[in-house]
Ligand binder design. Structure first.
Ligand code: GL7
Length: 822
């Protein structure tokens, strides 16, 4: 890190300046001329041009942080689901119009170049997208912050359907060139794995332990700009890529087998090769633990070496940094910092623990027990032997404290132990995080309460002050300003553009809900957004959507707890009633049900559900009568880019998880902010959405969390609902009859059988309530004026769900850090 700012000038902020810079990039970096440039050439030149406008801000921000040495936030996340970068960079640099005009003057179309960008899909779903929203807000709020993660060579798989079934293909997002990243091999960090520990007596006469790793890899940082919205700040996202060390090579080369030596490099490089595609259900694979340790070890080393001045007294580390643990994936950073302080820096144990404790805060993102990561002691000991020793010692001291406080309650001690004994000895990463962190937070009010009352209840008893809530949020820049230019224009015309960085100001729209002209224009925007979606789905998927229908949208990962099956049973029931002649097509509003969902490749039931949706969709869409009022659209490969056109077009947002299972949800917020009405359970952030938008503007249904828990405790019998509800029985029988599988009765038997026998997420228990709520939706939709009034109120009252607000909450309740002025 240099103390002097290099002299640089940004390109001129004008159409001419832009065109000059663009052509220079095309000629000198792409090595081509306008007449011969491919779309990808032009896209790459454009991306680099935009980058240049942000570069001086980036350097200034970095230098400012280094000079001021403020308390900084290091966000540690194994996932960042970034979405496309170009538009966001154009917006931040205030270049949208200049770029469009400049490109047009060269005969190029900005929209076409935009489509050449392959989004970096370095995350699975909500958790990864949340991290991307948070770094955006931190930059926009001038908070000194750095995001650390992994530069996966293959991001989330690309989904295709074959015969209605999901097929996964590798995501080669780097293939066309990666204009947004900056490799810094000169700042590579070495990370050890495996080997053993040994005891030795230090100079101070104290017996110590040290780690002798069995092998090492290099972590090469790739920096990404995280531009704030027009505030002159650009923060950094630093993603690590694994390389073989030279030593690693040499040793094998010297053994004489050149070909084998080259081949074995891939062993090291495998670490950052691919994103694990499991969402909420970790697999406990060795490579995944390698990934986790790899990126946190690199990040801690990097922060200490690159971002602190030489000779910094690490006793003061908590004044300079808070490491925010995004779920349990980075939790091995805790024993790693202990190892650095005790083994490398010669701290005493207590002193190191005091520093470490104050440097970490932990966010839990789940309520599903199977999503809480545990690592077998066997694996941890083999891959990270020194860390296992450290974890044991942390646990020993912690349990001594529990014993003392509880008067030796051994049952409690066993329950709280960081080391689980059954079904195998394993490290409970959530417990380790909770013991070490200064703060533990859930991601919505209900979730935080359930963490305190259930999942981490013993810990909350011991340390009530540790626990807090920070409700999730989404960035209004990407998900309103960019994704919904029509609505943005309408809002800005009404209340000015301050809402983009102060989303609470949407409240000022409230009176306009009663203004017929405003509502008319609001409907016009929605119609235009539907038109845009129709074009995209036609081009991208060959799917025809009628923009005159109600767009009923359920997009999120495919998971049983999210209950795509409940939505599908509604579709099947409508189909059944119409084909049976019980309902006339004249009596139901025409709707298009849109699904978007990827299933983890090894999650068999989720993949069956995808196939079933596609099969039901095919039959429904082919039926001459039914298809006049009901159609199913399931575009493959739902991603951030699709979300950006789908969400602004939606009328109805489906947020129908079983209460007590969805920690927060963030899609729910994006829909409300874009003027869709929610049909939802009392779960996750739905609770807060409903409270804010009002009962009249939200379709609530279903069991509450206490009700669902009570039923589960009393012994849930799904078949009783089947027996007692004729509509439900008919729907399930129809699926089982082969009506959607060319008469093949066996095709979806496992799905139906599972619902009847187990139905872990109580689809059948909530079926009738859901249908009743859908009837209320139909009635409300029949009055377009009243519907759009509710939609406007949803927008006006959802400002709370800005990730800027989430950041303020973290700053106040968790980080105790401040934005940097200027
Ligand atoms: C999740 C939760 O399931 C989701 O409800 C939440 O909104 C998100 C961000 O906090 O985190 N937890 C999790 O493991 N994944 C999520 O999306 C994958």
């Amino acid at each position: 890190m240099t103390e002097t700012t290099p002299l640089i000038t940004s390109p001129e902020h004008s159409v001419e300046g832009f065109v000059r810079e663009f052509l220079r990039e095309l000629n000198f970096t792409q090595g081509t001329v306008l007449e011969r440039a491919t779309t990808n050439d032009a896209y790459l030149a454009l991306a680099r041009t935009v980058r240049h406008y942000l570069m001086s801000r980036w350097i200034e921000t970095t230098v400012d942080h280094y000079r001021a040495q403020p308390k900084a936030v290091a966000y540690l996340s194994a996932e960042y689901l970034l979405g496309r970068q170009l538009d966001n960079a154009l917006l931040a640099a205030d270049l949208e119009e200049i770029a469009a005009e400049g490109l047009a003057s060269l005969g190029l179309d900005l929209a076409e170049l935009r489509d050449a960008e392959v989004e970096p899909g370095l995350g699975n779903g909500g958790l990864g997208r949340l991290a991307a929203c948070f770094v955006d807000s931190l930059a926009t709020m001038s908070v000194p912050a750095i995001g650390y993660g992994i530069r996966y060579e293959y991001g989330i798989f690309r989904q295709r359907f074959a015969g209605g079934r999901q097929v996964e293909e590798p995501d080669t997002w780097l293939a066309g060139g990666a204009p947004w990243e900056f490799a810094h091999p000169e700042h590579a960090v070495t990370v050890g794995f495996g080997g053993h520990t040994e005891k030795y007596t230090g100079d101070d006469g104290v017996e110590r332990s040290r780690w002798v790793p069995g092998w090492q890899v290099l972590g090469v940082p790739y920096n990404y700009m995280v531009p704030g919205y027009r505030n002159g700040r650009v923060n950094t996202l630093r993603l690590w890529s694994a390389r073989a060390t030279h030593a690693f090579d040499l040793q094998i080369f010297n053994e004489g087998d050149y070909v084998d030596a080259v081949r074995s490099r891939t062993f090291a490089e495998n670490i950052s090769k691919v994103l694990y595609p499991e969402d909420s259900t970790p697999q406990g694979k060795e490579l995944r633990l390698q990934q986790q340790y790899f990126f946190v070890a690199c990040s801690i080393r990097d922060f200490v070496d690159q971002l602190l001045p030489a000779g910094f007294d690490l006793r003061r580390l908590p004044e300079r940094i808070v490491f925010q643990l995004n779920d349990t994936h980075p939790v091995v950073a805790i024993p790693e910092l202990m190892r650095v302080l005790v083994d490398d820096e010669g701290f005493g144990w207590d002193e190191a623990w005091d520093v470490t404790r104050r440097c970490f805060a932990y966010t839990c993102h789940t309520l599903l027990p199977e999503a809480l990561e545990v690592w077998s002691v066997e694996l941890m000991g083999r891959l990270l032997p020194r860390h296992l020793e450290i974890i044991y010692r942390i646990n020993e001291e912690f349990l001594a404290q529990v014993r003392e406080r509880s008067g030796g309650d051994e049952l409690l001690v066993r329950r709280m132990s960081i080391i689980a004994e059954h079904p195998q000895r394993a490290v409970r990463m959530a417990f380790l995080a909770t013991v070490a962190a200064t703060r533990v937070n859930g991601v919505a009010e209900l979730h935080s309460q359930l963490l305190r009352d259930k999942v981490l209840a013993d810990f909350a008893q011991l340390w009530p002050e540790k626990f807090t809530n920070v409700t999730n949020g989404v960035t209004p820049r990407r998900f309103v300003r960019l994704a919904n230019p029509g609505l943005s224009g309408l809002i800005t015309e009404a209340i000015g553009d301050g809402w983009v960085t102060d989303l609470d100001r949407l409240r000022e729209l409230e009176p306009l809900a009663d203004d017929a002209e405003f509502r008319r224009r609001f409907r016009e925007v929605k119609a235009a957004n539907k038109g845009r979606l129709v074009d995209v789905l036609r081009r991208r998927d060959g799917i025809e959507v009628d923009p005159g229908t109600m767009l009923d949208v359920m997009v999120k990962r495919l998971h049983e707890y999210k209950r795509q099956l409940l939505k599908l049973l509604h579709v099947v029931t409508l189909y059944d009633r119409i084909t049976a002649g019980e309902v006339s097509v004249d009596d139901v509003p025409a709707r298009t049900v849109v699904f978007g969902a990827k299933a983890a490749p090894g999650y068999v039931m989720a993949k069956e559900i995808i196939a079933l949706i596609n099969h039901v969709g095919a039959v429904v869409n082919a039926h001459p009568d039914v298809s006049t009022v009901l159609r199913v659209a399931f575009p493959a490969n739902y991603d951030v880019t699709v979300a950006e056109t789908l969400i602004p077009a939606a009328d109805l947002s489906e947020q129908i998880s079983l209460a007590g299972k969805e920690a927060s949800g963030t899609g729910n917020m994006k829909f409300a902010l874009n003027g869709a009405l929610t049909i939802g359970t009392d779960d996750g952030a739905n609770v807060e959405i409903r409270r804010l938008v009002g009962d009249d503007n939200f379709f609530l249904f279903g069991l509450t969390e206490p009700e669902a828990s009570a039923i589960a405790e009393a012994g849930y019998r799904p078949s009783s609902y089947y027996e007692e509800n004729p509509g439900l029985r008919r729907a399930l029988d129809l699926v089982a009859s082969g009506a959607f599988s060319d008469g093949d009765r066996g095709a979806f038997e496992p799905v139906v059988a599972n619902l009847l026998a187990e139905d872990r997420f109580m689809v059948l228990a909530d079926y009738q309530a859901y249908l009743d709520a859908q009837a209320r939706v139909e009635a409300a939709y029949a009055d377009p004026d009243a519907w759009s009034r509710s939609a406007v109120l949803n927008v006006a009252r959802s400002g709370f769900f800005s990730s800027d607000r989430s950041m303020r909450d973290y700053l106040d309740r968790v980080w105790h850090a401040r934005p940097l002025p200027g």
